[in-house]
Design a protein around this ligand. Structure first.
Ligand code: ATP
Length: 257
């Protein structure tokens, strides 16, 4: 039987009076890669923020390893094993690569293992090792993304939340980053919740996917099955053209559990 690392139930999350998430429920199986798809403004980032404690849901629950965690602060979420790689990376520009990585391990006091993990991060991202003494501001966009993922790895997360890791990257770098994301999942056993604009890449990487529209999940299932759905093909995979992507109500409202 599958085991859920994360269970989100009927969450409603607001920006002031604006309801961004309108009763969303989904599960993330331990060891899986799960992707959230949807047009701009559908609510993907807000869901990640609600899981990592950056935002509190007004209603509903977030359970991690069977324990209710909604409303906790982001620091407590990191201590429980949830690391958030935000959209735009948000590395500390004037700190060196190594200092940025060290910040990722601030919740830990197992110094020897932290050193081992630093080596591990450099093994995954050799270009970071070469630049370990340089300020993060001087890194390329791809290297900054690697640094943001590496910093999250330094907390030894059970669940990594990745928001748009391919943003602004060349196709070659994007491929490289996604290969490493898959390796981290398989080799480190890290469960991944991925938000990604490039639906082809996201569905090729993930085991499961959920499609969001205007703050609600309208479709969900195994990635290989989602890729065969006409609506997904038409609106997200560009099979029939991108012009009306995400602008129409979904024909089928299937159950996804
Ligand atoms: P994108 O791909 O553009 O980041 P998204 O699917 O991640 O889109 P969210 O960023 O979660 O969407 O936004 C969900 C909704 O909340 C949108 O309607 C957006 O306009 C609104 N929203 C997001 N951030 C804020 C904010 N700081 N203040 C007010 N409304 C916001």
């Amino acid at each position: 039987m599958s085991e859920h690392l994360l269970s989100v139930r009927n969450i409603e999350t607001y920006y002031g009076p604006v309801m961004a998430i309108r009763g969303v429920s989904f599960d993330v199986e331990k060891g899986a890669i799960v992707t959230l798809l949807g047009a701009n403004g559908a609510g993907k980032t807000t869901i990640l923020k609600t899981v990592s404690g950056v935002m509190d849901p007004q209603k509903g629950s977030v359970e991690f390893e069977g324990r209710a965690i909604h409303g906790i602060n982001p620091d407590a979420a990191v201590r429980l094993g949830i690391s958030h790689v935000p959209e735009g990376r948000e590395v500390f520009p004037f700190m060196t690569v190594q200092e940025n990585l060290a910040i990722g391990s601030y919740v830990r006091n197992d110094r020897l293992e932290v050193q081992e993990d630093l080596r591990l991060v450099y093994d995954y991202f050799p270009s970071l090792r070469k630049r370990e003494g340089q300020p993060a501001a001087g890194l390329s966009g791809g290297e900054q993304q690697m640094l943001a993922i590496g910093r999250a790895m330094m907390a030894r997360p059970k669940l990594m939340l990745l928001d748009e890791p391919s943003l602004g990257l060349s196709p070659r770098l994007m491929k490289e980053i996604f290969t490493i994301i898959r390796r981290i999942n398989q080799e480190q056993g890290t469960t991944i919740l991925l938000v990604e604009q490039n639906a082809n890449t996201a569905l090729a990487t993930a085991d499961f996917g959920y499609v969001l529209e205007m703050g609600r999940i309208v479709l969900g299932g195994r990635s290989d099955e989602l890729r065969e759905q006409d609506d997904v093909k038409e609106f997200y995979l560009g099979v029939k053209g991108d012009a009306v992507r995400g602008t129409r109500r979904w024909k089928r409202r299937k159950t996804w559990r």
